[in-house]
Design a protein around this ligand. Structure first.
Ligand code: SF4
Length: 426
């Protein structure tokens, strides 16, 4: 059976389709990038914003229209929150059953396993698709109720994967040739709370029981971080970069959002990271136009973001999500004002990114080389990331086979567009 997998939204959705790809292949099914060739289509939907819901619906409709003969399975936050909205679908798998999706789909849609066609160990579908970084789901769900967040309604309570399972998955990926994994979850800081473990123990176990050269953490809420957290980064296999979602730099907005971290707590966390871990980079999410966000609160956010020297900003416009507290709050901000604020923040984000890149010029760092972006008779340009997650365009002789290698490079200059650093091989 040929299977086409499609995902939208967060890294966790990405981690899930990677796991399903491996499981479907292990049963002898073939993956296809072409929707029109598929016998089965699986859509992992998203509902984090109104826009994500629209995109999820569009993806479902496109699958129905372009390949009506294929069986269609839909899962993810949109399908879990609004199953009635997804008509003409053969099977809906609720988020709570996602970890058993391959088993459920096989049983309910009578897919026949063909073990003789199963992929050989070492044939990794990610590498075959030109992807050098694997997302590993370590936990799901969140115990908090930030007032804007629909994810917590869609994904339910916290569940942690046993460390042994995570270690096995990483070792398998490493044996297949992958050199970098990203540990992903909804609230990674809460890892282990219900199984008598902690994020500290999980990372320590991974560092001890795997040999994969690069381990990253996905988005981590800026609280509940374990004691001694920064000491883990003394092992240079744990990459010196964190994505810590701030959402707003105004404490009054943070309170209305029911975030567990004030701007002072956040500042302290970032200062600790930078003191303890050389070259540490912090990226963040900022939500623009939360209900009631005044001009003064907005200016506080701009000022705070500037002080934190983020190396990248992910900017979201707030959109009310049904079932959340914030959707009922007064003072919804107009789209025009959200756009104006987003543009100002984007400009600030570019300045910060470039200042950060400048500060790293001249350094010699190991880069995981991902893909070739340009080539001529003499030279090829490769793209990759430094340990602290700065994007690099690397000049190398044409013909050098560098894909999926970690090589020492010198960071030389800012690119013309200012969105990455140019570098040369050492
Ligand atoms: S901590 Fe994160 S996942 Fe949990 S409710 Fe808040 S935003 Fe949502």
């Amino acid at each position: 059976m040929r299977i086409h997998l499609k995902t939208l939204g967060c890294r966790l959705n990405e981690a899930e389709i990677e796991a399903w790809s491996r499981d479907f292949q292990a049963l002898g099914h073939e993956l296809t990038q072409e929707l029109s060739r598929a016998d089965l289509v699986v859509v992992n939907s998203c509902a984090v914003t109104g826009e994500a819901v629209r995109k999820s619906r569009k993806l479902i409709r496109r699958a129905q229209r372009n390949n009506p003969a294929a069986k269609l399975v839909v899962t993810g936050c949109y399908a879990s929150l609004d199953p009635a909205g997804s008509s003409g679908i053969d099977l809906i798998v609720n988020n709570r059953d996602k970890d058993r999706l391959v088993e459920i789909v096989s049983k309910q849609l009578n897919l026949h396993a063909m073990p003789e066609m199963a992929t050989e160990p070492g044939e990794n579908s990610l590498l075959a698709r030109g992807r050098q970084r694997a997302f590993i789901k370590v936990q799901d769900g969140c115990r908090y109720r930030c007032t804007f967040c629909v994810v917590t309604l869609a994904r339910g309570e916290e569940r942690s994967r046993p460390a042994a399972e995570v270690v096995d998955e990483i070792n398998q990926l490493h044996a297949d040739g992958l050199l970098e994994v990203v540990l992903t979850g909804v609230h990674i800081g809460g890892y282990g709370s219900e199984i008598g473990s902690s994020l500290f123990q999980l990372i320590q176990t991974i560092l001890e029981e795997t040999r994969i050269p690069r381990i990253r953490l996905g988005s981590v809420e800026p609280w509940d971080l374990p004691e001694n957290f920064w000491s883990l980064f003394e092992n240079d296999r744990l990459m010196p970069h964190l994505h810590l979602p701030l959402q707003s730099g105004a404490d009054s907005v943070l309170r209305r959002m029911a975030r567990r971290c004030s701007s002072a707590d956040f500042r302290q966390l970032v200062e600790q990271a930078r003191q303890r871990v050389p070259g540490f980079c912090v990226t963040t999410d900022i939500m623009v136009g939360f209900p009631g966000e005044t001009e003064e609160e907005w200016q506080q956010t701009l000022a705070f973001v500037g002080q934190m020297q983020f190396s990248h900003l992910h900017i979201f416009s707030y959109s009310p999500r049904p079932g959340t507290k914030a959707a009922e709050l007064p003072g919804q901000i107009s789209k025009a004002q959200q756009k104006e604020r987003s543009q100002a923040l984007y400009a600030l984000g570019q300045q910060l990114k470039q200042a950060n890149q400048q500060a790293n010029l001249g350094l010699e760092l190991p880069v995981l080389i991902e893909s070739k972006t340009e080539t001529n008779e003499e030279t090829a340009i490769w793209s990759g990331y430094t340990p602290n997650f700065l994007r690099v365009a690397l000049r190398a002789p044409a013909g050098a086979a560098l894909e999926n290698q970690i090589r020492q490079v010198r960071l030389e200059a800012l690119s013309e567009a200012g969105d990455h650093i140019t570098a040369s091989l050492l």
